[in-house]
Design a protein around this ligand. Structure first.
Ligand code: G3H
Ligand code: 13P
Ligand code: ZN
Length: 336
């Protein structure tokens, strides 16, 4: 039987995006696959009073089991009531690729879906996205579309090269599809190796410095669809502290490089009102787990390594909400 997100105590992204556009901050979208990640996201955002989007990829849905996931989201909403009674969150499908998947998520309590038609032709992308919008809007669910292709891995799709969003296409795409937000490609990329060393320069310490984001394209897009919510995927900074923690405890991450926090901060003060972060959370948890194993090789109680990993992820989320997204303290403004 279909369940509405409203019955689970969730919200769609409308109010948070309106506040983000007006208040020049971005709402964080954190991916989760398991209980510890969910706990870290909910408690971290509750503590920083930040609106947030709980993001689930189709791979995560398969991993966690879709029935269990529905109850995990409902449980998260109940926990949030105890921790920060006025705060609400959206449950969002990340990189949905078919109408059927989007429908299935909407019918199991998602309040927002992404339909990623960016690998199709412009016309096919419009047709697919419009079909999802029709189904979603009848149920007051918000929809994110995408124009332009990010390099890196998106579930089963691997794109070697990014294709920047063409500003000339955005007005037609938004008006013909009726989407509520638009993911664009301006140089971000998925995963922990966002750029090859050849694409980077080196600073005086020999550290790889990635090419800057294409803020000129973002500005051009903003001019054509003023005030429309823009989304950035592939926005982990690939924090060196966690890459180093992994590598100094037996890991082998080579040439890992992400988007500098200063670039994301700048984006958050523009029309960008949703910033997707997954890899940084994975790195933080893996770094801490590797450290625990290296320091305590006899440890075999999952709580002793997943617990510290969860704490590191929570601390990272609080820090990002405050210093990168600018979303800390905005819960009261939106829902208070
Ligand atoms: O954009 C991709 C997200 O990081 C989700 O990754 O498909 O491995 O769950 P996943
Ligand atoms: P990262 O791999 O940079 O964390 O990006 C995550 C993302 O865009 C999820 O859709
Ligand atoms: Zn993504």
């Amino acid at each position: 039987m279909a369940v509405s997100y409203k019955d689970l105590g969730l919200v769609n992204t409308k109010a948070m995006f309106k506040a983000a556009v007006e208040g020049k901050f971005a709402v964080p979208a954190y991916n989760f696959n398991n209980m510890e990640q969910l706990q870290a996201i909910v408690t971290g955002c509750a503590e920083s009073d930040s609106p947030f989007i709980l993001q689930v990829s189709s791979g995560a849905r398969k991993y966690a089991n879709q029935t269990l996931l529905q109850y995990m989201a409902q449980g998260a909403a109940e926990l949030l009531k105890e921790l920060n009674p006025h705060l609400k969150f959206a449950l969002h499908l990340d990189h949905g690729d078919t109408l059927e998947l989007c429908k299935s998520c909407i019918d199991s309590g998602f309040s927002s879906v992404m339909i990623d038609g960016s690998h199709h032709s412009f016309e096919k992308n419009i047709e697919l996205t419009k079909s999802v919008v029709e189904y979603a809007h009848e149920r007051d669910v918000t929809v994110e579309g995408e124009l332009g292709v990010l390099a890196g891995i998106e579930d089963d799709v691997v794109a070697a090269e990014s294709v920047y969003t063409r500003p000339s296409e955005v007005e037609e795409f938004v008006s013909k599809t009726g989407v509520d937000s638009l993911a664009i490609s301006i140089g971000t990329s998925h995963g922990a190796n966002k750029f090859t060393p050849a694409q980077c320069t080196k600073n005086e310490d020999g550290v790889l410095v990635p090419p800057p984001l294409r803020f000129d394209i973002l500005e051009e897009i903003e001019k054509r669809i003023p005030g429309f919510p823009i989304v950035l995927h592939g926005s982990s900074s690939v924090m060196p502290e966690y890459v180093n923690m992994i590598n100094s405890n037996g890991g082998a991450l080579k040439d890992a490089v992400g988007i500098p926090a200063s670039q994301l901060r700048k984006a958050a003060t523009s029309a960008v009102c949703k910033i997707n972060i997954d890899s940084d959370g994975r790195l933080a948890m893996t770094g801490v787990i590797r450290k625990v194993f290296a320091e305590s090789p006899a440890e075999f109680d999952p709580r002793k390594y997943l617990g510290p990993a969860r704490e590191a992820l929570k601390a990272m989320i609080i820090e990002k909400n405050e210093t990168v997204l600018g979303s800390a303290g905005k819960g009261k403004v939106i829902f208070g």
